[in-house]
Design a protein around this ligand. Structure first.
Ligand code: TYD
Length: 208
C-alpha cells in the first residue's frame, strides 16, 4: 500500500518544524516508517536552490523567478525523495509544500494561483498531499515568537513586511476553506503538547 503524504503549512514562526518532529515520532511509535523533510530543500539539489532563495546576498528575486526556483526545487524533491518514499509505503511529513508557493508567491507576491499550479504540474506532476495541516495563530503571537527566534536575522522571505505576511495568512485560510477535505486547520496557540494533540486528533480523523 502506498504511504501517506502529510504537509505542514502556515506562516512564519507557527511551530511547524517542532510539530513535524513530534508527529513523526508519534507515527514511528505506531510502527510506521516516516520520512521527515522540508521545503525548500530535502534533496541536495533542492537544498542548493534553497540557499539561493533565502540568502540575503545579491539583489533578490522577483515573484516569477522565485516561483520557478521553488517549483524546480520541489520537482527534484518530489522525484528523488517524496515519490520513492510513498511508493515503498513510508509516510512523508513535509515542512511546507506547494501551498506555501500558492500563499507566498501567489497571495503575497501576486502571481495567479493558476500560474503557480501550472508550474507545479510541470515540475511535480501536480502531486498534492493526502492531508495538509494548516497551523494557524493570531498575528501578534507570531510576531512575538519570531522576535524570539530570529531577532534581526530573518531570511529574505521571512523578513518581508507585515502586509506581505498578512496576505500570506489570508491566502492559506482561503485555500483551507476551498478544500476542506484536504486541509485540517489546527489552532497553533497554547503549549507544544496541546498543539501536538490537536494534530494527532486531526490525523486520526482524516487518515484512519
Ligand atoms: P524556513 O526557514 O524554512 O521558514 P519557516 O521556518 O518559516 O518555515 O524558510 C522558508 C521560507 O521560504 C519561508 O519564508 C517561506 C518561504 N517559502 C515560499 O515563499 N514559497 C515556497 O514554496 C516555500 C516552500 C517556502
Amino acid at each position: 500500500m502506498p504511504g501517506r503524504f502529510i504537509a505542514l503549512e502556515g506562516g512564519e514562526g507557527v511551530g511547524k518544524s517542532t510539530q513535524g518532529r513530534l508527529l513523526a515520532e508519534a507515527l514511528r511509535a505506531q510502527g510506521i516508517e516516516v520520512v521527515t523533510t522540508r521545503e525548500p530543500g530535502g534533496t541536495a539539489g533542492a537544498e542548493a536552490i534553497r540557499a539561493m532563495l533565502l540568502s540575503n546576498e545579491g539583489e533578490g528575486w522577483g515573484p516569477r523567478a522565485e516561483s520557478l526556483l521553488f517549483a524546480a526545487a520541489r520537482a527534484d524533491h518530489v522525484e528523488k525523495l517524496i515519490r520513492p518514499a510513498l511508493a515503498r509505503g513510508a509516510w512523508v511529513v513535509c515542512d511546507r509544500y506547494v501551498d506555501s508557493s500558492r500563499a507566498y508567491q501567489g497571495g503575497g507576491g501576486g502571481l495567479s494561483d493558476e500560474d503557480v499550479m501550472t508550474l507545479h504540474r510541470i515540475g511535480s506532476k501536480a502531486l498534492v498531499p493526502d492531508l495538509t495541516v494548516l497551523l494557524a495563530v493570531a498575528p501578534d503571537v507570531t510576531e512575538q515568537r519570531l522576535a524570539l527566534r530570529d531577532g534581526d536575522s530573518a531570511d529574505r522571505i521571512g523578513g518581508r513586511g507585515p502586509a506581505y505576511h498578512a496576505r500570506v495568512s489570508a491566502a492559506f485560510q482561503q485555500f483551507a476553506s476551498a478544500e476542506p477535505n484536504r486541509f485540517a486547520v489546527v489552532d497553533a496557540g497554547g503549549t507544544t503538547d496541546a498543539v501536538h494533540a490537536r494534530i494527532m486528533a486531526a490525523i486520526s480523523d482524516r487518515l484512519a
